[in-house]
Design a protein around this ligand. Structure first.
Ligand code: FUL
Length: 482
């Protein structure tokens, strides 16, 4: 063997020892905008319009423009409430099915006056909030984090005279351009799935390809919601829960947001191995209706926590509707519940019982992907299993009692885990490892509630995976601790 060959072989061997094979993405993965969107976790929806004043949920479109008359409009108060409640953004119903535009549109006569431009008032309030941050931060879940703005523009329009004709598609595209150009940038565009007849008795054939093309030209970073995405999908129900499992992948070939789309039950679960990354958004109202009605009241903190576990805790984003009242303010009883909801999440999730603990996997893939990465709070460090059957072990200095387990897959590399269970080392029971929790998908975040368990050694066993797991966070909590 020549000297040169020997050097080459030695170098190759050294490199192999130092460089661990980087885990490859599996299947579809989120765009940067989708990842940032998912990490917002909880956003606020505001349904506001003529229905707020008439008591309707679906206005006919024949309401007089003067019906919409908030007596003490204060979008800064919405922003304060959203910020204190730990929301990442606010999505306003700029146009609901009644066709009434909350901005003075040049493409409709059914609008607010210039002096009552709600889109402008909210844009200004959000921009002012963000510029007052010291220092400005887009970091998540800090009490003063930046708020983003999103917009709901209903394709269904019960007022517009062109609705039901090709001309309406042109009107709708112009409306999108007008709103996004004058009031953007928006982090999310909401396309409602409801579709009925217009005042002329005609049903619209929406030009979805053109609407989507317009959106990507206007703002490619804007996550577009519809029943089937492409940015994020409707979760298939309005009760506040994802399916179990909940895949962020969905097959949408041949479907449009109006036709041939997956059934609501499929939207709840997504499609295992689906061709596109279309994560679930869980839209639900804090009150029985989407719009404010004098005789309705908000849900309790316990009900909101249940929704949180079943949405964010099952790989969804929670879009919680908080409707302003006839004053144009969020009622005190709603803001009180929202702040208490935030406090309850902080109380539970700010005390991770794995603190000071250690983690290791069955085999080491390489230092960069070592298991202790699951215990830090850096989003972009993760444990990459070397094989699909690898197990992840966690140890704490002292036994801890916990009743919530939190796991996160590193979704920039795709969604991989289909089933797993968690065991605790309890040698006084059945000779060792005892199963305390079982789950299906993990995805961005999975929260499992279990009867209280006590242990200082736990392990996560991956029972079914599409590819070797990549986990960026594990935490244990005790909801009963003071
Ligand atoms: C539904 C609409 O019909 C409701 O009025 C509400 O806007 C909800 C968020 O979406 O499809």
């Amino acid at each position: 063997m020549s000297k040169a060959t020997l050097i080459t072989l030695a170098t190759t061997a050294m490199l192999a020892a130092c460089t661990a094979p980087e885990p490859k993405p599996f299947g579809p993965v989120p765009t940067e905008a989708q990842l940032a969107w998912q990490r917002m976790e909880v956003n606020m929806f505001c349904h506001f319009g003529p229905n707020t004043f008439t008591g309707a949920e679906w206005g006919s479109g024949a309401e007089s423009e003067t019906v919409f008359a908030p007596t003490a409009l204060d979008c800064r108060q919405w922003v304060d409430v959203a910020s204190q409640a730990g929301m990442g953004g606010i999505i306003l119903t700029a146009k609901h099915h009644d066709g009434f535009c909350l901005w003075p549109s040049q493409y409709s006569t059914h609008t607010v006056t210039d002096s009552l431009d709600i889109l402008r008032a909210l844009r200004t309030a959000i921009d002012d909030h963000n510029s007052d941050l010291h220092p400005p931060t887009s970091d998540l879940r800090t009490p003063n984090s930046e708020l983003k703005m999103g917009v709901y523009i209903s394709p269904w329009d019960r007022n517009h005279p062109t609705y039901g004709t090709d001309a309406y598609n042109e009107v709708f595209v112009n409306t999108l351009k007008e709103v996004h150009t004058n009031y953007g940038p928006f982090f999310e565009q909401w396309f409602d799935g409801a579709c009925g007849e217009g005042p002329n008795g005609k049903r619209q054939r929406y030009d979805w390809p053109r609407f989507m093309q317009t959106m990507s030209e206007l703002n490619p970073q804007c996550v577009v919601f519809s029943d089937i995405g492409p940015g994020c999908r409707w979760v298939g129900n309005e009760q506040g829960h994802c399916g179990d499992p909940c895949w962020s992948t969905l097959n949408t070939e041949g479907a449009t947001p109006s036709d041939n789309k997956p059934a609501p039950s499929e939207l709840e679960t997504g499609h295992k191995g689906g061709a596109h990354w279309v994560p679930a958004e869980v839209d639900v109202s804090i009150r029985p209706g989407w719009f404010w009605h004098a005789d309705e009241h908000p849900k309790t903190v316990d009900e909101l926590m249940e929704i949180y576990y079943n949405s964010v805790g099952r790989n969804g984003l929670l879009l919680l509707n908080v409707p302003p009242d006839t004053r144009g303010r969020i009622p005190a009883e709603d803001s009180a519940v929202l702040v208490a909801f935030r406090q309850e999440r902080d109380r539970i999730f700010s005390h991770d019982l794995t603190k000071g603990g250690i983690a290791h996997g069955t085999q080491l893939r390489g230092r960069r992907y070592r298991a202790c990465n699951v215990l830090d709070t850096n989003y972009h460090t993760y444990w990459a299993a070397a094989g699909i059957h690898d197990t992840l072990y966690i140890g704490t200095p002292d036994p801890v009692m916990f009743n919530v387990i939190m796991l996160q897959e590193y979704i920039p590399l795709g969604q991989r885990v289909a089933a797993f269970h968690v065991e605790c080392w309890q040698p006084w029971v059945n000779g060792g490892w005892v199963t305390v929790a079982e789950g299906t998908t993990i995805g961005y975040k999975r929260l499992l509630r279990i009867p209280p368990a006590t242990a200082s050694r736990m392990r996560i066993v991956f029972d079914s995976t599409m590819a070797a797991p990549v986990i960026n966070r594990i935490a244990l909590y005790n909801t009963q601790a003071q």
